[in-house]
Design a binder for this molecule. Sequence first.
Ligand code: AFP
Length: 334
Amino acid sequence: MPNRTPLTRFLIEAERAGQINPELRLLIEVVARACKSISYAISKGALGGVLGDAGASNVQGEAQKKLDVLSNEILLEANAWGGHLAGIASEEMDEPHPIPDAYPKGNFLLLFDPLDGSSNIDVNVSVGTIFSVLRCPDGVTTPETSHFLQPGSQQVCAGYTVYGPSTVLVLTVGHGTHTFTLDRETGSFILTQRDLRIPADAQEYAINASNARHWDAPVRRYIDDLLAGKAGPRGKDFNTRWVASMVADVHRIMTRGGTFMYPVDAKCRDKGGRLRLLYEANPMAFLVEQAGGAASTGTQRMLDVVPTGLHMRIPVILGSKNEVAEYERYLREG
Ligand code: AFP
């Protein structure tokens, strides 16, 4: 067997190096196992009876897919009994979810979007799970919403699992960003890239161009200059992609650079943006920064934003750091 490092070994070595403690190691292993279960459920597709709408809406007012509900339940059940968590927050639940009294409480808070991009499920396009880990404030055994409202810089761990042609877990504990690929024959996540590095310059950008008429002037000017290509002020051509699964778009950026943008616009201004800060933008920002990229609201470093609500939405630009800086310059100049 070639030198393969399973996630378990990687985490034991991180613990030995003092980067994580046993409780956080257990948390990550439990979340990874839950993502494996989600992957297996998704891969059944129409044969698993899990496609289509669940017939309910979540706190965001979005129609839930059956797999949204199933993924949420898989993550809740997996994390209930281990004794590593004080509380859980999910895109699919209005309020924080307490750890059942039957089980011991731990010192971490887990936040997740159990199935990001779920509007792509029924058309067989990659989706993913995004998660973030915070410390529970000392002395708090039944965390309330306010205890989750910590800036992204307080995260001790973040990751996503993209359910694509292969199932890939991308993880940081604050010492680089690393990739693990699921070996379906053994059921183990195997380290396939240590220390991802996002190229500083971008050749590609991701934005939902159908919103162009709603964008603020600086965003329009920025995108117009990208579209002008070599003949325009940027002096080079750019390519574009829009999967409408943040996890898939971000994973492409992790792999070959580029930027992902979801600016605030006339359509989503009243909500503060499209994407959620605590369990989408913050974990992605931590992962991207640990891979040498940048993540901001367009005017502020993402990880410095102080949350005001569990489901707070935020404008996002992340990826190749030189291109993020260029976008911020356009917004500064107005
Ligand atoms: P869904 O989970 O409702 O499909 O939303 C996915 C998402 O939160 C993010 O993953 C995408 O980048 C973004 O929304 C897509 O938004 P548009 O549907 O406006 O393109």
